[in-house]
Design a protein around this ligand. Sequence first.
Ligand code: SF4
Length: 438
Amino acid sequence: MSGELSGLQIFKYLPAAKKQECANCKKCGCPTCMAFSLKLAKNQIEIEKCPYAPEELRSIILDAVKVKQHEYTIGSKNIVKTGGETVLFRHDKTFVNKTVFAISLNSGDSDFDEKLRRVGNFQIERIGDVFKVDAVYLKDTGNFIQAAKKVDAEGFVLILESDDAESLEKLKEVNPVIITKDPEAFKENLIVISSDNPDNLERLSSQRIKDGYKKIILNPKMKNISETVEMLTYIRRMAIQEKFEPFTFPVMVKIPQSDNIAKTTAEAALLICRYANIIVFEDFDEAMLASLCTLRQNIYTNPQKPLQVESKVYEINEPDKNSPVVLTTNFALTYFAVANELESLPFGSYLVVTPSDGMSVLTAWSADKFTAEIVAKTVKKYNLEEKVNKKSIIIPGLLSHMKEELENALEGWEIVVGTIEACEIPEFIQSLGYGKNS
Ligand code: SF4
């Protein structure tokens, strides 16, 4: 679409809608004004083709195609995207590219390899997504090229800080973010501009745009976290609401070293929510990153698309004919809560996941997405009766009222009402006698 205008919205400005004499004159190459407006909405024709398009429409179209925040790709082997945001609040639509987490390392440190290995070893999995550190912020303190190549080989994207243009030139191929005093030679690359003053940052950004720099990252260096959040909010507002060009770039913030890791975690959490595109950590702490990855995942999922897993029978811990059968919906959080508990059992189990559009148990039931018919269909589809000796299904405790209905729909199956809380599942299953002979 042409910015945010639909064909009908555009049509209202054209001669045919205003019943002018020149309506449908075909000068634009389209048979009618309506055909022209539909094409314009899809960016398939330029507004200049219509000599009668009013000035008001021209300025609306020009404004609509302006970028709110530029989106960049960083890296060569593994890549990350940053920027590209179009809303101020996640619930307005969705945030697009999750905050990039970068760990700061000094290239000349004697224990550089060890530090890099530790950063590389960090990995957590949550709701089926695997998270690692995205980037390394490499400061030139010696052995720069060698260190950068090691970081690149480890699959991290690079943010390079050096005033050695020759070294940076040699590292252009890894598609890094570049921080250097004199960026003249890197006009085509992604460069960072920094200032501790909002007006100065705006001035610098405008100047770089004028000088022909193609890709910019803004780095406000404010005195404290409250000033930083204030500045980031101002930049994002100016970008999204005003499309103010000097601030339409992703923003990077560095969190200084601290011996209070809880404070660093809290500050980073604030910056994820408001509105850092890249956060550089001077500290590397696995527990801090694990909690921040979890927060980031929550903020950067699409609120219009529920997190869901595939509807099928999951075989957990190599189940056999004596294993229990447990039932739940395909809402990802519900699935992982139940699956994690089943994994903790010393024997296998079958987890039947019904198709329920990613809704949790009670929501699915109230929306008619968890009915006796759907459950019966799922159980039959996966031939569960051939997989177990005891035809018994444990249903979520919240659906106890469906017991009779399910027994009628699943002839020959015993319906057992399970627990309300997932954490009670292992004890409950063992109390039913499962696992005694395994
Ligand atoms: Fe309509 Fe303009 Fe095309 Fe003529 S040139 S048909 S007025 S859109």
